[in-house]
Unconditional design. Structure first.
Length: 463
């Protein structure tokens, strides 16, 4: 009996017997004698109820202390999950934390194969090697979506309740009894809210506050572009978690389930944020690449060429270094197009682009200037070095086979190149392009399939 109850009974017994209160032990004998001899029946019942309530409160206090400890552990787990920098890293960390830190006996992560509509195991802790590696579960998306419509965590009391026979057999093979099946993601109603304008704008603000303003695109327009590129389903399902105790003597408590629900809810939001960041990063990398790439040849386009020419000029001025600009043009290309059509001409331009990339340095910038005209910026080269690269390009193109050359009236696809150097020939981007173009015109006038350096005093070609 708790000491406080004994004290109360002792004092009541002393009072009823007419004895004064004296200091001393807690007199359990008096308390016992009081219960059996002196106490009225109603008072005994009240005392028994007090004792029962006291035991219940003590038990609850212990459980609350344990729950408080688990909440602190959960807080530490979430801090570690926040340090993950990719969806895959978060999934691996989550499985390890559930197994090692929250001390569940077994945990496995099941990844969704959206093409094959199957679930496959990608991470496990606590399982014997080879048990789950070959697991392949049919994934009817609509059924799973309905299962997790209102909660991210489900308790199964027996594998016998699993409707799919192959899955049920696998669970029996790994001796699963009572187990939890959780969603890393968000239930469907929450998922649709993620596509809302406020959520979308908040995410962009967190990623980069000036992102959509900087590219001159309104939020709604950006959402339209992203909607074509992204599927909101990828933010609904990141995968599924299997969690259980292997020992039959262990049971999931109400607090276990509450802790895991909170963990999965938070991990789902972290996963969605990481997934969105990865998808947005890929989207903007692709958009940026498309903005500076010529869609036919894969070379840089005119816009990027002009930007890079100005950057190279600034760099060359700062470091006092030279560079050469080459302007290239396909000889008699108009006649080739007229004879064989534009599709055949496109094939020539694509092959020529590959030859130019292959036979220039990695530090050189090769771009399609427009039509059949190309340009190359060659840093850290004077006129002699630029001349060597240009002559090499002429030789390589002349030696390469192109479609329908045997039927071509000029028999061979060749190029002409004009070169101008900074700072000898020009100190501005516009003047450098104009003078390299003048040298190209001279190469054309002198028989084609050749290189000419800009020479001061030559007249600019007619428009």
């Amino acid at each position: 009996m708790p000491k406080t109850i004994n004290k109360i009974l002792c004092r009541i017994a002393e009072f009823l017997s007419g004895k004064p209160k004296t200091p001393g032990p807690e007199c359990p004998e008096a308390a016992s004698r009081f219960r059996t001899d002196s106490a009225p029946e109603p008072l005994l019942r009240e005392i028994e109820q007090l004792q029962k309530a006291n035991r219940s409160l003590s038990g609850r206090a212990g459980k609350l202390q344990e729950y408080s400890r688990k909440l602190e552990t959960l807080h530490q787990v979430i801090i570690r999950l926040q340090g993950c920098n990719s969806p895959r890293a978060l999934r691996s960390c989550l499985v390890r934390e559930i197994y090692h830190t929250l001390q569940f006996d077994r945990c496995a992560f099941l990844e969704v194969d959206a093409q094959a509509l199957r679930l496959t195991v990608s991470e496990t802790c606590g399982f014997e090697p080879g048990k789950w590696e070959k697991l392949n579960i049919r994934y009817p998306a609509a059924v799973f979506q309905n299962l997790f419509r209102s909660s991210a965590l489900l308790l199964f009391t027996s594998p016998a309740k699993i409707p799919d026979p192959p899955t049920r057999q696998i669970l029996q093979e790994v001796q699963a009894r009572r187990f939890l099946f959780g969603l890393l993601g968000a239930p469907a109603p929450v998922n649709h809210q993620l596509a809302g304008e406020e959520s979308f704008r908040e995410l962009l603000d967190n990623l980069n506050p000036d992102l959509y303003e900087g590219i001159g695109t309104g939020l709604e327009k950006l959402r339209e572009h992203l909607r074509e590129y992204l599927s909101w389903d990828i933010f609904y399902v990141g995968g599924y978690l299997f969690i259980d105790y292997k020992s039959p003597s262990k049971r999931f408590t109400r607090y276990d389930i509450k802790i895991l629900e909170m963990l999965l809810r938070t991990a789902g939001l972290l996963y969605q944020n990481l997934q969105m960041r990865e998808q947005l990063k890929a989207f903007f990398i692709r958009a940026e690449k498309e903005a500076v790439t010529d869609h036919l040849t894969g070379l840089f386009n005119y816009r990027y060429f002009i930007q890079e020419l100005h950057r190279e000029l600034d760099r060359a001025r700062r470091h006092g270094s030279p560079f050469v600009l080459l302007m290239l043009d396909v000889d008699y290309f108009k006649f080739y197009n007229d004879a064989f059509g534009h599709p055949a001409g496109d094939v020539v331009l694509k092959k020529l682009a590959k030859l130019l990339q292959k036979n220039t340095r990695s530090s050189d910038t090769v771009a399609r200037y427009g039509g059949e005209e190309f340009a190359a910026i060659c840093p850290e080269l004077g006129k002699e070095g630029g001349m060597r690269i240009a002559e090499k390009l002429c030789r390589m193109v002349a030696a390469a086979p192109f479609p329908k050359e045997a039927e071509f009236s000029h028999q061979k696809i060749t190029i002409s190149i004009g070169a101008a150097a900074f700072p000898e020939d020009a100190v501005s981007a516009e003047e450098l392009v104009r003078r390299a173009d003048m040298a190209l015109y001279e190469a054309k006038q002198n028989g084609r399939n050749r290189v000419r350096l800009y020479r001061e005093g030559k007249e600019e070609r007619d428009a």
